[in-house]
Design a protein around this ligand. Structure first.
Ligand code: F0G
Length: 462
């Protein structure tokens, strides 16, 4: 097995972590209602809950914080941020917001209202964007490429959208009822898999044919660009900044969480090529987030993001990043754990349905595996399956999502390979006797649609 490249950074500051004894972990899990979101982080040994806002900043980002300009309007930090976004992404109109879901709420609901349309097809929706659409009375529809449905098929672009299904949907529902077409890059729900430029370009043609806007969720744009370079020979000799621009040139509007490929702990933005829409969005940002030159962020956050956006497109950084994730994936494959292949950009996804055939989907195999992994090893991961994405239809039937995955998300520049080896060994040991993992039931859930996995109180099913 190929080890990831030597880290292109050194560690200058550390945070101690501690493994609690098993009986303590059981107590904490019970106190947390078997939902790993409810655990205290100090009770977690290795935290792979998310790659969002959990990475380590560089010395240049920490230094940038010190020059943050905290003026309410027109701060120097804002201009640096705006210039960086324009330069890195090649998009002119930018609005900062406090994090990705604010960008989703403001952009998605504005487009739905403007077009008086409710249907939103995507390569696959992720949780917060899907929840925004559902709570606005919309209909999020997942159209993953058919290759994505087989976790073991090694296809280079399993993040793609099924474009035949897209065109059939547009014809069936009428183009006027489609609010926008959404690409999530990389595709976080379908295994952190990349989307190809050909797929985005072909969707652009469909969007133009029917007059529908094309939106891109670019939280992990740099990882997607790196995977394109690796997997599509036509881009092998292109630079990451060139691939990023080529990838984004087909989109009309963009949302970003700077907590991912912004390499920051907080922040996000909306970007658009449409001046008229920008004016409308700007007014909503003032109302809901803050003035348009800070959008709910401190000036120092804008500085950290601007610096992060420059660091994230560095090829040495990306090579280490993607290959470290792959290393964990291959350790698991070697130990017979059913992992989504090929390994994606920011996380390793375990097919919980395959690993735990004795747990039916209404007993939440992915979330049960997350709870038991914590119990067995102090490692925290997250379930992305029925608890997060199942939906009750109007006729009362439950519509299950296409995937039932446990996601091990790797924070950027944070954990060592030895720590990942511990994760692989712990999960493989747990799955040597899968029957140890018991299904879960819901004791309580919130009324707001699409967010129950964050807050649900759970208990062992029997
Ligand atoms: N879009 C995608 C694809 C995401 O992965 C996330 C967040 C968001 C939008 C929302 O951004 O958290 O800044 O409000 N995903 C995190 C995760 C939380 O764990 O994957 P946010």
């Amino acid at each position: 097995m190929v080890k990831p490249p030597v880290e292109p950074f050194m560690i200058r500051s550390v945070a101690p972590i501690k493994l609690l004894p098993r009986e303590e972990r059981l107590r904490r899990l019970e106190e947390a209602w078997w939902n790993v979101f409810r655990l205290r982080s100090e009770d977690v040994f290795i935290d792979l809950l998310t790659d969002s806002g959990t990475g380590a900043m560089s010395v240049y980002q920490w230094a940038a914080l010190m020059v943050g300009d905290e003026a309410y309007a027109g701060s120097r930090s804002w201009y640096r941020f705006e210039e960086t976004v324009r330069e890195v992404l090649g998009v002119d109109y930018v609005l900062p917001v406090h994090q990705g879901r604010a960008a989703e709420r403001i952009l998605y609901t504005t487009l739905m209202e403007r077009r008086g349309a409710k249907v939103v097809p995507a390569n696959t929706h992720f949780d917060t964007g899907r929840a925004v659409i559902l709570n606005a009375g919309g209909e999020p529809i997942d159209l993953p490429t058919p290759e994505a449905r087989d976790p073991h098929l090694r296809h280079p672009f399993k993040g793609n959208m099924d474009l035949d299904a897209l065109e059939s949907l547009i014809k069936e529902r009428g183009p006027e009822n489609i609010a926008f077409i959404l690409f999530v890059v990389t595709n976080n729900t379908a295994g952190g898999q990349p989307v190809s430029i050909d797929n985005i370009k072909a969707a652009r043609e469909i969007a133009d044919k029917y007059g529908i806007p094309l939106v891109m969720d670019i939280c992990r744009f740099a990882e997607n660009a790196y995977l394109i370079k690796e997997r599509d020979p036509r881009y092998a000799s292109k630079s990451i900044p060139e691939i990023v621009k080529e990838m984004l040139k087909y989109g009309d509007h963009f949302i970003m969480s700077a907590k991912k490929d912004g390499l920051a702990n907080i922040g996000g933005f909306i970007a658009t090529r449409d001046q008229d829409l920008y004016e409308e969005l700007a007014a909503r940002v003032v109302l809901e987030e803050g003035f348009i030159t800070y959008g709910g962020l401190a000036g120092r956050d804008l500085e950290a993001i601007a610096q992060g956006l420059r660091e994230v497109i560095d090829e040495d950084y990306l090579k280490h990043r993607v290959e470290q994730v792959r290393y964990l994936g291959e350790l698991l494959l070697e130990r017979g754990v059913p992992v989504v292949e090929p390994i994606g950009g920011h996380a390793v996804y375990v097919d919980a349905a395959e690993a735990l055939p004795h747990i039916p989907r209404d007993k939440f195999p992915a979330d049960a595996l997350a709870a038991h992994l914590y119990l067995e090893s102090g490692v925290r991961a997250v379930g992305l399956g029925a608890l997060a994405f199942a939906r009750e239809r109007e006729d009362g039937a439950i519509e299950y999502p296409p995937f039932e995955y446990l996601r091990l998300a790797i924070p950027r520049r944070t954990y060592t390979n030895t720590q990942l080896e511990y994760v692989a060994e712990s999960l493989a040991r747990l799955l040597e006797d899968p029957k140890k993992v018991k299904g879960l039931k819901i004791v309580w859930q919130p009324r707001v649609k699409g967010v129950r996995h964050f807050l649900a109180k759970l208990a062992p099913a029997d």
